[in-house]
Each structure stands twice: as C-alpha cells, then as structure tokens.
Write a protein that binds this ligand. Structure first.
Ligand code: IPM
Ligand code: MG
Length: 373
C-alpha cells in the first residue's frame, strides 16, 4: 500500500495534450509504486475541448477545483478548429484564465542541453554543449492581461489595442523568486527588458535593481530583449537565470527550446505564493510545447516535456524529490542509450512513438537506494 496520496487536477486540453498527459501519468504511477506514494486524480476540461463540450474555454468551477488539488497538470490548448480570429471564445482564454485564477505569477522554464542530444540542435554543438539555464517568465501581468484590449471600427478604419501594465508589486514578487532561484544555482541573474522604449520596462529595471540589494551574493546584469535574443544564440552558456516579463518570456523560451534541440524536451512549472508548507508549493505544470495539431492522434509526439514537467511537480509541489530525480535520470539514460522520438532527429523507421518512448522510460526508472519500511 502506498503511504502517501497526492491529489492532482489533470487538464488534458487539445491536440497532443491528452497524449502527453497520459504518458506523464503512466510514468507518475510507476514512479509512485517504486517510491511509496500514489496519485489520486480528477480530470477537468479546458481549451477547445471545453468550448465544444461546455461553450467556454474555462468552464465554471475548474479554477476552484484546481485550487483544491495539490498540483495541476496541463497538456496543451488550441488548434485550427478554434482559430477564427473573430471568434468570441478562444481556447487560449482557458489557459490564461487558469494562470490568472490560480495566481501562478512565475513560470519557470529550465533549458538544459543533454550531452547525447547536443549534435541534433540546429546550432553548432560546441556552442551549446553544457548549456543549463532557467527562464523565469512573469506569467499573470503585462500585455497578456492589460486593459483595454480589443478592436473596433469597420474596414477601412479597423483598429485594435493591447495594453501593457506592471505594478511594482508584480515585478517585485517574481524578481524575488528569480533571485532565490539564482542563489541556489550559479548566482547569476540576467534581467531582460526594453527599457529604451517602454515605461513598463523602466519600472521593471528599477524594481529588479532594488530587489538585488537583498541578494548581494547574486550578480545581476540587464539586457535589452533584442540583444538577449541575439546573445541566446551567440553564447547560451553565459546564462544561469533569465528573468523577464510575460511577452518577452514567451518568445525567448521558444527560442531557447531550439538550443535544447526540440520543443518536445522542455518542461515548465508555474508558481504562485508559497502555502504553509515550504516543501509543497502549489503549482501548475505543463510542457512548453503547444497542441501540435499536425501530429495529434498519430502517436508520434515526444512525451518527454510532459514527463519532465511531472518531475518538476514532484520536486516543487508534492515533496517527492527522489522520485523527481528518478524520472530525470531515466530520461537522461534513455537518450544516452539512443532512444529518440521523431522530433529528436530519428529517421522514421528508427523513431520511437509516444507509447514506446514512455515504456522505455518506465523500464529505466531507478528504484530507491533504500526501500522504505
Ligand atoms: C505558452 C503558450 C501560451 C502563451 C499560449 C498558448 C497562450 O505559447 O505557454 O508559451 O502565450 O503563454
Ligand atoms: Mg509560448
């Protein structure tokens, strides 16, 4: 019998979302059986699937149910079926509403080049080998949420508006989290903004610099976002923790994914305020990749981003760091031994599908060093 039970809210969403979530849950059950815990889960609709079934991308009660759980696992949202730019309800509203509703203001996106994959990046191996940084993206503010937002007028006089706002408190809390993270790593924090143009960025830089006074051991640098985009490709190893606002973080993290070889490799954790137990911070976990409608249902999607997201969940929200490390070790080993999904450069006849890659990882999951009584 498992001695610990963790409650997970599961939101598979659209496209490849349900496939990668199923793979991640399989690994989670297997690692739980080895490390003495079990997962009780409840599934909820989100995104396009929720629009089809309930007329809303985030049906009533879903946010509350997620808040009750120990952690939330999400697949992906969106797809061509719901892409009409004039539609009033859009799948992405579900994801944005969930992030806002849960108050998960800090999105951590670790980017690590696994040695065995370094040759598959579109960048030169000697430039990227050893890359290991985390993007901390502010997730509940900025131009994603500012009001007014919308459009008006008829042709030829249509216009649209988006608004970016940041308060001092919003910048400060995510900056603190990024400094704390950097303090436990290589103690280098690079804050990315566009302070030569944007008022929000000038506030951002000012507040981040003030927070730095509380973290004298962390070396703080600043980059403009255009320059950061360039530096990421020129010399990615210079980065340890990158802190940036919502929109810049969205863009830079996709760019960073290509350093790691594939979007199919990158996990993410979105965190809000810590609760009473510092070892079990509530969070929302999702792969960085989207719903990939072009390959949905074909059984070829790489499940590793979702599986590594579950590892982050075990470490940050469920207080199971050993199980998290076991999953990460299995991923490293599988790749070292040559297991490849199609996105990792395998020829079609050598490529493992989603199920085969998941099985491979389960086979390689290490057992605890000392079995608990
Ligand atoms: C991401 C995605 C989302 C975002 C979309 C699906 C709304 O691109 O998580 O990076 O822009 O935040
Ligand atoms: Mg994105």
């Amino acid at each position: 019998m498992a001695d610990r039970v963790h409650r997970l809210a599961v939101l598979p969403g659209d496209g490849v979302g349900p496939e990668v979530v199923a793979a991640a849950l399989q690994v989670l059950d297997e690692v739980g059986a080895r490390y003495g815990f079990s997962i009780s889960r409840a599934e909820y609709p989100i995104g396009g699937a929720a629009i089809d079934a309930h007329g809303s991308a985030l049906p009533a009660g879903v946010v509350e149910a997620c808040r009750e759980a120990d952690a939330v696992l999400l697949g992906a949202v969106g797809g061509p079926k719901w892409d009409d730019p004039r539609a009033a309800v859009r799948p992405e509203q579900g994801l944005l509403g969930l992030r806002k509703g849960l108050g998960v203001y800090a999105n951590l996106r670790p980017v690590r080049v696994i040695d065995a994959l370094a040759q598959f990046s579109t960048l030169r191996e000697e430039v990227i080998v050893g890359t290991d940084f985390v993007v901390v993206r502010e997730l509940t503010g900025g131009i994603y949420f500012g009001q007014p937002q919308g459009r008006s007028g008829e042709p030829p006089q249509r216009s649209a508006v988006d608004t970016s706002t940041y308060s001092e408190a919003e910048v400060e809390r995510v900056a603190r989290l990024a400094f704390e993270l950097a303090r436990g790593r290589e103690r280098r924090l690079c804050s990315v903004d566009k302070q030569n143009v944007l008022a929000t960025s000038r506030l951002w830089r000012e507040v981040v610099s003030e927070v730095a006074a509380d973290f004298p051991e962390v070396r703080l640098t600043h980059l403009l976002v255009d320059s950061a985009a360039m530096e990421l490709l020129r010399d990615p190893r210079q980065f340890d923790v990158i802190l940036t606002e919502n929109l810049f973080g969205d863009i830079l993290s996709d760019e960073a994914a290509m350093i790691a070889g594939s979007m199919g490799m990158l996990p993410s954790a979105s965190l809000g305020e810590p609760g009473d137990d510092p070892l079990r911070r509530p969070g929302l976990y999702e792969p960085v990749h989207g719903s990939a409608p072009d390959i949905a249902g074909t059984g070829v999607v790489n499940p590793i981003a979702a599986i590594l997201s579950v590892a982050l969940c075990l470490r940050i929200s469920l207080g199971e760091p050993e199980a998290a490390a076991a999953i990460e070790a299995a991923v490293d080993q599988a790749l070292e031994l040559g297991a490849r999904t199609r996105d990792l450069g395998a020829d079609d006849d050598r490529a493992l599908g989603t199920a085969a890659m998941t099985e491979r990882l389960v086979e390689l999951l290490p057992y605890p060093a000392r079995v608990r009584a």
